[in-house]
Design a protein around this ligand. Structure first.
Ligand SMILES: [Zn+2]
Length: 96
């Protein structure tokens, strides 16, 4: 889990998930400094969610039913998304 670059307070898991869903900006609870997810981390989040979904849906699915494939692929994407706060890196932004 990433720390605040200013005061080293740990950023919360739910905070980072919210940042992933929005513009990638989160605020430290302790000192209030703003952090943005780095471009590389955005790409990693993509690799952990959309990429497994597509690979599973196109190549690995054991189902012939499209609906079952979509549901299972969605669950895989959700698991990747829930794990993403453990790998993302933030950069401090002072101009926000
Ligand atoms: Zn801080």
């Amino acid at each position: 889990m990433p720390d605040c670059k200013n005061c080293n307070a740990r950023l919360r898991w739910s905070q980072i998930l919210r940042a992933n869903l929005s513009y990638g900006i989160t605020e430290c609870n302790k000192c209030g400094s703003k952090h943005q997810i780095s471009f590389k981390s955005r790409f990693v989040v993509y690799l952990m969610t959309t990429f497994p979904f597509l690979i599973y849906g196109f190549f690995l699915t054991p189902f012939t039913n499209v609906f079952l494939t979509l549901i299972t692929g969605f669950v895989i994407a959700c698991v990747g998304f829930l794990l993403s706060p453990f790998v993302v890196k933030f950069e401090m932004r002072s101009e926000l």
